[in-house]
Design a protein around this ligand. Structure first.
Ligand SMILES: Nc1nc2c(c(=O)[nH]1)N[C@H]1C(S)=C(S)[C@@H](COP(=O)(O)OP(=O)(O)OC[C@H]3O[C@@H](n4cnc5c(=O)[nH]c(N)nc54)[C@H](O)[C@@H]3O)O[C@H]1N2
Ligand SMILES: Nc1nc2c(c(=O)[nH]1)N[C@H]1C(S)=C(S)[C@@H](COP(=O)(O)OP(=O)(O)OC[C@H]3O[C@@H](n4cnc5c(=O)[nH]c(N)nc54)[C@H](O)[C@@H]3O)O[C@H]1N2
Ligand code: SF4
Ligand SMILES: [Mo]
Length: 733
C-alpha cells in the first residue's frame, strides 16, 4: 500500500531494462488476437458511450467485437446496458473515424489537413509545448478532458507544470449543482448520484427527464421505485417520458422552478410537515429560512410558475406526508438560467427540511470502506496558481472534482487575464459544441499556439485543431484500475477487446509518448497501461488475473447506507451542519438563503429554446454512429399545437429557427404537440453538424448549440445558463 511512483521507479530500475520485465502478466496483443480468432471470448470493458462508464462485456469472435452487454458484477450497469451502450460497436467500426495523425495544412477551420506519421505529429506537439513553456510558462497550457482516458492526459499536463483542467461537464452541466450541494451539505450527491430511488415513496423531478436521460443504474432504480408504488411529481414545461408516468405533471413556466421550491418549503414549514427532529439535530439557519420563505405563498408562486395554488399546496402535502422517504432529485444538467447554484441550493434545502439526506428513499450515505491510492504523484508546483482559483467566480469548483471552469479558461484565453493561455489539449470533450456561443470559443482558439485534439471521430473541435491524434476507443484499449465509491466500494478495470483500428493508439501510450518528448517520461514508467494496472493490483493486494477476467471486484458495505445511531453523517461545511443559511455565501456578498428572481421572458413572437436528450444518443459523440443514427437520425422541434395552428405550421413540416441575434438554424421538422407549453420549444441536443466528413450526421436535423449565442453566467460558480435564448419559427426558405 502507498507505494509511490518513485518507489516503482526504484523497483523497476532494479529489473532488467528499467521497465517492468513483466509482460508475463499481460497477454500480448498478438496472443489476444490469436486467441480471439480461434474462439469466442468475452472481455470486460468500460462503456464510454456516456459519462456513466458502466462495466460492460464485449464478445469477440474472429477478431471482431460482435456483441456488447452489461457486466453483471458492476454496480452501475448490473448486467444491463442502455441503447447507446449496445450501439458502441457502431463507434468502433465507424468508417468516418480519424485514422491517422493529422497536422493542419490550411487556415484554421477550412478542414485542410495533411497525414503525418506518429513521430512527426508527436514531435510537432512536443516542440509547440516546449515553445509555450519557454515563452509563457507551463501554466499557459490547459487541458479539457473527460473520461477514463483523460486521466493519462491529466498526468501529462500536471507533470508538464500546469493545473489548468476543465470539463464541459462542469460549468455546462453539473457544476452548479455540485457547488449548491457542497455549500449546503459539504458534499455532492456524487456521480453516479447516490439516489435511493428504488426505495423512495415520493419522487420529485425538476426537469431531470429520466427515461430520455438514460443513466443506466439510475433509470433502473427509478423504474424499481415506480414499480413499488412511489408517487411521481414531474415539474417540466414539457410532457416528458417521465411525465407520462407521473401522478402529478406540473407544466411549470420555464425558469421559475425556484418559486415553486421556495413555496413548497414555506408550506411544509407552515404546516409543520418538515422533519423537526432532523432539522434540530443536523441543520443550522432554520429560523432565518422560515422567515425568508414565509413571503413565498402558494398564491404568489401561482403567478410566477403558472401552476395553480391549489395544486402547489396539494403536492406539498403529498411530499410532507411521505417524508423523509422523498427524493428531491438533485438533477444533473443544472446550467439552466444563470442562477443555478441558488436553485440547486433551494433544492438541497427542501431536501434537508424533509430530512432526506442519509435516509431511506433519499440520498444514501456512501460506504465508509476505502482503499488508499497507490500512486501519489509528485507533480511540480506551478508558479502561477490555477485559473480556477484566480477567476472571478469565488465558488468555482477547484481541482478536487476535476470539473474546473471551462468558462474561466475560455475567458482567460480571450483576455490573457490572469495570464495568457496558449495551448489547449482536448480529449473526450467537444468543447466547440459543448460551450455556449461558439464564436467566442473559436475566437479563443484563434489565440492559441497549439490546439491538440486526441479523438476517435473528426468532430467540430478536432476540425479546428492544429494536430489531431487518432485515439483508440474503449473497445481497443485497456482502462486504468479505478476505485469507486457508492453504496459499496468497487474496483474496476478494463481490457482491450480488439487491437486499435487503423493507426490509432491507446490514450496511455499517446500521453507517454508526448511525455517522453518533453522530458517528463518519468511519470510514465510503465511501458503499457496493463503493466501499470498490474503494479497497482500488486500494491493493493488484488489478483490481477481475477480482475482482468471479471472487470470488477465489489467490496460489500457492512454499514447501513442510512443514518443510524452508530452511523452518523459527516457534513464538511464550516459549521459541520447542513447550512440552510450559508455564511460562506453571505461573506462573498451573495444571498445566504436563496431568493427568487424572475427570468427574462421571450419577446413577442418568440419562444424560449429548451433542449434535452434522446434515449439512444449522447451529445455530439454519437451523431455519426451508424447503428444509433438508424434508431434516431434527425431531431425535431416540439411546438405547442395551438401556437402551430396560429403560425400555420403542420406536423412534420420543415421549418427554420431564428434566434434573438438573427442566427438561423438548419431546417428541422416540426413536431406539433399538446405535450409542451405555449411559451417554449424543445429539441434534442447533438444534431445538425456542418461537417461533411461525418457522412451520417451532416446536416441531419438542427443544432441547439448554434442557436445558443447568449448565455448568463452564474456569478457564484461560473456555470453558464443555456436556456436564455429565444427563437422565432420561420417557414423553410
Ligand atoms: N440518453 C442519454 N442520456 C443521458 C445523456 C445523453 O446524452 N443521452 N447525458 C447525460 C448527462 S451528462 C446529463 S447532464 C443528463 C441531462 O439530463 P437531465 O439532467 O435530465 O437534464 P435536465 O436539463 O434536467 O432535463 C431536461 C428536461 O428539462 C425540461 N426543462 C426545460 N426547461 C425547464 C425549466 O425551466 N424547468 C424545469 N423544471 N424543466 C425544464 C425539458 O423540457 C426536459 O424535459 O442526461 C444524462 N443522460
Ligand atoms: N447546447 C447544449 N450544450 C450542452 C448540452 C446541451 O444539452 N445543449 N449539454 C451539456 C452537458 S450536460 C454536458 S455533460 C456537456 C457534454 O459535452 P462533451 O463532454 O464535450 O460531450 P460530447 O459532445 O459527447 O463530446 C465528446 C467528444 O469526445 C470524443 N470522445 C468520446 N469518447 C472518447 C474517448 O474514449 N476517447 C477519445 N479520445 N475521445 C472520445 C467524442 O468523439 C466527442 O468529440 O455538454 C454540455 N453542453
Ligand atoms: S448509461 Fe448507457 S451509454 Fe452510459 S455508460 Fe452506461 S451503458 Fe454506456
Ligand atoms: Mo451532463
Amino acid at each position: 500500500m502507498g507505494v509511490t511512483r518513485r518507489d516503482f521507479l526504484k523497483i523497476a530500475g532494479a529489473t532488467a531494462g528499467g521497465g517492468i520485465a513483466g509482460s508475463q502478466f499481460v497477454p500480448s496483443l498478438k496472443a489476444m488476437e490469436k486467441a480471439s480468432r480461434s474462439k469466442e471470448t468475452r472481455v470486460p470493458v468500460f462503456c464510454e458511450m456516456c459519462h456513466w462508464t458502466c462495466g460492460a462485456l464485449a464478445t469477440v469472435r474472429d477478431g471482431k467485437v460482435v456483441k456488447l452487454e452489461g457486466n453483471p458484477l458492476t454496480p452501475n450497469s448490473r448486467g444491463k446496458l442502455c441503447g447507446r451502450g449496445n450501439g458502441g460497436i457502431g463507434l468502433l467500426y465507424d468508417p468516418d473515424r480519424v485514422k491517422t495523425p493529422l497536422i493542419r495544412a490550411g487556415n484554421r477551420g477550412d478542414g485542410k489537413y495533411k497525414k503525418a506519421s506518429w513521430d512527426e505529429a508527436l514531435n510537432y506537439v512536443a516542440e509547440k509545448l516546449e515553445h509555450i513553456k519557454k515563452n509563457y510558462g507551463p501554466e499557459a497550457v490547459s487541458l479539457f478532458s473527460v473520461g477514463s482516458t483523460g486521466k493519462h492526459l491529466l498526468t501529462l499536463v500536471a507533470a508538464y507544470g500546469s493545473l489548468n483542467f476543465a470539463q464541459p461537464s462542469g460549468n455546462q452541466c453539473r457544476g452548479a449543482r455540485e457547488v449548491g450541494y457542497i455549500l449546503t451539505y459539504g458534499d455532492t450527491p456524487g456521480s453516479p448520484e447516490r439516489l435511493d430511488l428504488a426505495n423512495s415513496k415520493v419522487i420529485v423531478l425538476f426537469g431531470s427527464h429520466l427515461g430520455e436521460n438514460m443513466h443506466n443504474s439510475q433509470v433502473q432504480d427509478f423504474a424499481n421505485g415506480l414499480g413499488k408504488g412511489a408517487k411521481l411529481i414531474v415539474v417540466d414545461p414539457r410532457f416528458s417520458t417521465a411525465a407520462g408516468k407521473a401522478h402529478y405533471w406540473l407544466p411549470i413556466k420555464p425558469g421559475t422552478d425556484m418559486a415553486l421550491i421556495l413555496a413548497w418549503t414555506n408550506i411544509l414549514i407552515r404546516e409543520g410537515l418538515y422533519d423537526k427532529a432532523y432539522v434540530d439535530a443536523y441543520c443550522i439557519g432554520f429560523n432565518e429560512l422560515a422567515e425568508e420563505v414565509s413571503r413565498y405563498t402558494p398564491e404568489w408562486a401561482e403567478k410566477e410558475t403558472e401552476i395553480p395554488a391549489g395544486l402547489i399546496v396539494e403536492t406539498a402535502l403529498e411530499i410532507g406526508r411521505y417524508k423523509p422517504s422523498v427524493m428531491i432529485h438533485p438533477g444533473r444538467h443544472s446550467s439552466w438560467y444563470g442562477d443555478d447554484v441558488q436553485r440547486s441550493r433551494a433544492m438541497a434545502i427542501l431536501g434537508a427540511v424533509l430530512g432526506t439526506w442519509g435516509r431511506e428513499g433519499g440520498i444514501y450515505l456512501p460506504t465508509k470502506a476505502s482503499m488508499k491510492k497507490v500512486i501519489k504523484e509528485d507533480y511540480p508546483e506551478p508558479q502561477k496558481g490555477p485559473i480556477v482559483e484566480l477567476c472571478k467566480y469565488p465558488f468555482a469548483i477547484k481541482q478536487g472534482l476535476i470539473l474546473g471552469s471551462t468558462t474561466a479558461i475560455r475567458e482567460a484565453t480571450l483576455t490573457e487575464q490572469p495570464y495568457p493561455v496558449k495551448g489547449w489539449i482536448v480529449l473526450g470533450a467537444n468543447v466547440v459544441k459543448a460551450m455556449p456561443n461558439e464564436k467566442e470559443t473559436l475566437e479563443a482558439i484563434n489565440k492559441l499556439d497549439l490546439l491538440l485534439t486526441i479523438e476517435i471521430m473528426p468532430l467540430e473541435t478536432a476540425m479546428v485543431s492544429d494536430v489531431i491524434l487518432p485515439s483508440a476507443s474503449y473497445l481497443e484499449q485497456a482502462e486504468e484500475l479505478e476505485i469507486k465509491k457508492g453504496r459499496s466500494l468497487f474496483v474496476t478495470m478494463g481490457r482491450a477487446a480488439v487491437p486499435p483500428m487503423y493507426e490509432s493508439k491507446d490514450g496511455y501510450t499517446i500521453a507517454r509518448e508526448i511525455a517522453k518528448r518533453i522530458g517528463v517520461g518519468d511519470f510514465f514508467p510503465w511501458e503499457t497501461l496493463e503493466e501499470k494496472n498490474k503494479f497497482q493490483c500488486q500494491a493493493l493486494n488484488l489478483d490481477y488475473e481475477e480482475l482482468s477476467e471479471k472487470g470488477c471486484i465489489v467490496i460489500p458495505n457492512t454499514d447501513s447506507p442510512y443514518i443510524t445511531p452508530e452511523n452518523q453523517p459527516v457534513f464538511k461545511t464550516p459549521s459541520k451542519k447542513i447550512e440552510l443559511y450559508s455564511a460562506q455565501l453571505a461573506a462573498k456578498g451573495f444571498d445566504p438563503i436563496p431568493k427568487y428572481t424572475p427570468p427574462q421572458q421571450p419577446p413577442e413572437g418568440h419562444f424560449r429554446l429548451v433542449y434535452g436528450r434522446s434515449p439512444v444518443l449522447s451529445f455530439t459523440r454519437t451523431c455519426n454512429n451508424p447503428i444509433l443514427t438508424e434508431l434516431h437520425n434527425e431531431n425535431s422541434i416540439w411546438v405547442n399545437a395551438k401556437k402551430a395552428r396560429e403560425l400555420g405550421i403542420k406536423e412534420g413540416e420543415y421549418v427554420v429557427l431564428e434566434n434573438q441575434d438573427g442566427v438561423k438554424s438548419n431546417k428541422i421538422r416540426a413536431k406539433v404537440t399538446q405535450r409542451i407549453r405555449e411559451d417554449c420549444v424543445y429539441m434534442v441536443h447533438g444534431f445538425g453538424s456542418e461537417l461533411k466528413g461525418l457522412r451520417n450526421a451532416y446536416r441531419k436535423g438542427a443544432d441547439d448549440q448554434g442557436l445558443i449565442t447568449r448565455y448568463t453566467i452564474d456569478p457564484i460558480s461560473g456555470s453558464t445558463g443555456l436556456r436564455v435564448n429565444f427563437v422565432r419559427i420561420l417557414k423553410e426558405a
